[in-house]
Design a binder for this molecule. Structure first.
Ligand code: ADP
Length: 618
């Protein structure tokens, strides 16, 4: 573990500097500044305010000089009063200008952050499924929250600090040289002492910041996983509470260490700056005092000069350290740009046409696909599903059934061959128009933590109450929902955990019925339900499957029996196809699967007592 208090700590770190640290290139700077360009008007106001504030700040020392050299020695009471009033008026005016400046700089900073977050969110939603299967949710959250949040502070903060300190420094320099060049030269000689060590400190702080940010992302990801319902259940059932807590504490401690180191690197530097800062006035009094004794300088000038020194060293120190913040901001930007630069793998080709009204013929022509280059998940799969037909995908686990269903709505594109909708390659059609005519029911039902109504209307926002109720009736969930104390306004709980598995599935089915897609893709739930729920699900499926082209990963015998064609997949290949009877007669893989899986499952369901009113419903 790194030490943060010891003198040598941060120098040691610089040797460990990772090679992937972002370099400040013109392109990076340009890109960062491009986020500020839309706000150039507000930016101009800010710069003008800063210039006025810098000029106003020079007033009081000059007034002090006039008080000491002129008003007091010559007994000018009226002038004395005026000068004193000026001493209050200048800072007051400066304060007012500052309020205006603060308003606009916050405006620009917050706006820029809002733009960045919008852009990032939009970009993330345009990425392919592959990105989300490969990235931890918490990591994504962290970039959207921590990184974008950090950018606001450091970019506007450091830019304003640069401009304001530059104004302050130059205006003060001009004035002091005007007052006395010998003293000014002496004051300026001390300046490099503030600036030289900064580059190094800046680089180290910047590296630590980037590390800290990375750790924050890890921590967020960890919390996301372990504090979700599934993660919680896993933790409790495997009694991993203590281990989990220890892991969390460790990660948290790492962040603490890094943050401490980051803070302390700066402190050593500022301590040095402060010490040097006290040497300055002492030397000026010495040299200035000698000049006064020789009669070539007034007392008022020395006092004013020392008062101005603060306006020389303070901005110099801040300019030196702002470089650090700016680097930190750049590191954050770099992390955000990393995401923004990810190419959406699946996007519209130029000239892609809308799908328009489709009949629903789905064709796989020699389709090959691999998640990773060398391991094929699908090999030369060809089949056709006619409009309105139901095709059941059957096969052992890991055969490639889910992969086939992913290719249809273009969550992935085939690496060879093509998939056609009504004879047109999916890649020639607009992505959105393809997905509009498809409905997908996944095995794990995902519901938003909101009311049942909102979950249903997700399918079609402008659906009427009647349409919604009709969909729920068709999905055999309306009676259940109406009997809930809050009916359609019932909040389903995180991911629908307040509903039973069967109820959730029926809500999901109602949601797709409401969408009314031409093509239905379904991964039938494998979970065994009691016979009552099973019967309700089967009843719900009928209106869902009716009149659509359906591609279903089938786990229920009833679905397989209803299928027009059964496609048997094994090791990424289509090995058998036909109806139930045909395939049984062949005595191949399907026949084996039937004996092992579908038949026993069906027996289990039938063995349970079936309530009388339900047999009517089915
Ligand atoms: P099935 O649905 O028939 O059980 P899948 O289509 O899910 O099978 O998986 C087919 C093969 O692809 C499996 O070997 C699986 O390990 C692999 N696979 C699935 N998803 C991914 C992924 N995101 N990255 C890499 N390999 C994957």
């Amino acid at each position: 573990m790194m030490m943060y208090g010891g003198g040598g700590g941060f120098w040691h770190l610089s040797q460990e500097r990772p090679k992937d640290a972002p370099r400040i290139t013109n392109d990076l700077l340009k890109r960062v500044l491009s986020f500020l360009v839309p706000y150039w008007r507000q930016g101009t106001v800010i710069v003008v305010c800063l210039a006025i504030a810098a000029a106003l700040g020079l007033g009081p020392p000059l007034l002090i000089r006039a008080v000491i050299d002129d008003a007091i020695p010559h007994g000018k009471t009226q002038e004395l009063i005026l000068l004193v009033v000026g001493m209050v008026a200048f800072p007051l005016a400066g304060g007012l200008v500052n309020v205006l400046q603060t308003y606009y700089s916050n405006y620009v900073g917050q706006r820029m952050m809002m733009d960045l977050r919008n852009q990032l969110y939009q970009h993330l939603t345009s990425l392919a499924l592959r990105f989300f299967t490969n990235t931890k949710t918490g990591e994504i959250m962290s970039r959207l929250n921590n990184d974008v949040g950090g950018v606001q502070d450091s970019v506007t903060g450091s830019l304003i600090s640069i401009v304001s300190n530059a104004f302050m420094l130059t205006s003060t320099l001009v004035l002091i040289f005007e007052m006395n060049w010998q003293l000014s030269v002496l004051a300026v000689i001390l300046l490099p002492l503030f600036i030289l060590p900064t580059r190094r400190v800046g680089r180290i702080r910047h590296d630590i910041s980037r590390d800290t940010q990375r750790r924050y992302a890890e921590l967020t990801a960890f919390m996301e996983e372990t504090l979700s319902i599934s993660g919680y259940l896993l933790m409790k059932t495997f009694t991993r509470d203590a281990a989990q807590l220890a892991k969390f504490r460790n990660k948290n401690l790492e962040i603490f260490d890094l943050s401490m180191r980051r803070a302390m690197v700066g402190r050593w530097f500022f301590m040095m700056v402060q010490t040097i800062g006290s040497i300055g006035p002492a030397l000026i009094y010495l040299a200035g005092g000698l000049l006064v004794i020789r009669g070539s300088l007034t007392i008022g000038t020395i006092v004013a000069f020392v008062a101005l020194l603060g306006r020389l060293y303070m901005p110099a120190a801040q300019l030196a350290s702002v470089h650090v913040d700016f680097m930190t901001a750049l590191a954050l930007f770099n992390r955000i740009f990393e995401y923004l630069d990810l190419e959406p793998e699946i996007a519209d080709l130029p000239g892609a046409a809308p799908a328009g009204k489709i009949a629903g013929r789905l064709t796989f022509e020699d389709v090959g696909f691999a998640y990773r280059a060398d391991i094929p998940a699908l090999r030369s799969v060809s089949f056709e599903v006619e409009p309105g037909q139901l095709a059941a995908l059957v096969g052992p686990s890991g055969a490639g059934k889910t992969t086939i269903t992913y290719l249809v709505p273009r969550f992935y594109d085939p690496s060879s061959g093509r998939i056609c909708l009504d004879g047109r390659d999916l890649r020639d059609l607009r992505l959105e128009s393809i997905r509009e005519c498809m409905g997908v029911v996944t095995q794990e039902t995902f519901l938003f933590h909101t009311t049942i109504r909102d979950n249903l209307l997700y399918a079609r926002e402008n659906a009427s109450e009647e349409e919604m109720v009709a969909a729920c009736k068709a999905a055999h969930i309306h009676d259940f929902v109406s009997n809930l104390p809050e009916g359609y306004e019932t909040v389903v709980g995180e991911r629908g955990y307040r509903l039973s598995g069967g109820e959730k599935q029926r809500v999901a089915i109602a949601r797709v019925i409401l969408k009314d897609p031409r093509i239905l893709i379904m991964d039938e739930a494998t979970s065994s339900l009691d016979s009552q729920s099973e019967a309700l699900i089967q009843a719900a499926l009928q209106p869902l499957l009716r009149g659509r082209t359906s591609l279903v990963i089938a786990h229920r015998l009833s679905t397989i029996l209803a299928a027009d064609v059964i496609l048997v997949i094994d090791h990424g290949q289509l090995v058998e196809r036909g109806t139930h009877q045909e395939l049984l007669a062949q005595g191949g893989l399907y026949a084996r699967l039937y004996e092992q899986q579908f038949k026993p499952r069906q027996r289990r369901v039938e063995a349970e007592e079936e309530p009388a009113e339900l047999s009517l419903a089915v």
